[in-house]
Design a protein around this ligand. Structure first.
Ligand SMILES: [Fe+2]
Length: 246
């Protein structure tokens, strides 16, 4: 059966990217040469644009975050035939501030949006908003979303709402299956490309479930797919960059 190769990575979070995951992902892409490439959101961290950001966070310059996030996206999409960027809740902060009552913030947000749009256009990447209806990418019978539920029930919630899907957002690789009139539906957390220990989550137990990982596979012409996931094991990734049909 005719197939195309795809890769899905998520939550690289600008300058909070995990160097081991980043280098493993790009080395895998160089071998696997996926035609379809999906970044499932939070390409930037934009920590000082968070609602309720501390004075310390607000004092940070965003330039390192901008440059790391932009470089990651450029490299990720370079060589792809069909590129998609799903904005995550962190990326979406720019769009939210574009409506701000504060002129300075509004101007910054508009400049930022133009910057992101330019990167997407240059990479010929279709960009989807962080929106539970409009931010859903269909990859045959599989959907890819940034993620609209968090906590321990997130995978199950996504399986019920979106059926077969890959989601980012939670930074973990939880899997949940649910029964449907068409058989089993499975939701799988993609895992994150960012560091697992960050300033904001030092006291959160939820981060103990976070995992560095990415997904890839084959999409067949009839919409069915073979899905694989590479997870960091003791600082390394073990990937299968070729498939054999038996
Ligand atoms: Fe994230």
């Amino acid at each position: 059966m005719v197939s195309r190769r795809f890769v899905v990575a998520s939550d690289s979070h600008g300058d909070e990217v995990d160097p081991q995951t980043e280098s493993a992902l790009f080395s895998f892409i160089a071998d696997f040469k996926p035609q379809i490439r999906i970044h499932a959101g939070d390409a930037w961290d934009f920590r000082n644009l968070r609602r309720g950001a501390s004075d310390d966070e607000k004092a940070h310059s965003l330039e390192a975050d901008w440059s790391a996030g932009s470089d990651f996206l450029r490299r990720f999409f370079d060589g792809g035939k069909e590129n998609h960027f799903l904005r995550g809740n962190h990326d979406e902060r720019l769009w939210r501030f574009a409506e701000s009552a504060t002129g300075l913030l509004r101007d910054y947000a508009h400049d930022g949006i133009a910057r992101v749009e330019k990167i997407a256009a240059k990479a010929r990447a279709r960009m989807l908003p962080y929106d539970s209806r409009l931010g859903v990418l269909r990859l045959g019978h599989l959907k890819v979303i940034h993620g609209y539920a968090a906590g321990i029930g997130a995978a199950r919630k996504h399986a019920i709402v979106y059926r077969n899907c890959l989601f980012g957002h939670t930074h973990n690789t939880d899997v949940a299956a649910c029964e449907t009139d068409e058989g089993i539906a499975e939701a799988r957390g993609i895992g994150a490309c960012c560091k697992l220990d960050m300033g904001y989550n030092a006291h959160q137990t939820g981060k103990l479930r976070h995992q560095n990982a990415f997904c890839y596979g084959l999409l067949f012409n009839d919409g069915t797919y073979q899905l694989n996931q590479a997870k960091k094991i003791d600082g390394r990734f073990y990937v299968a960059s070729d498939f054999r049909a038996l």
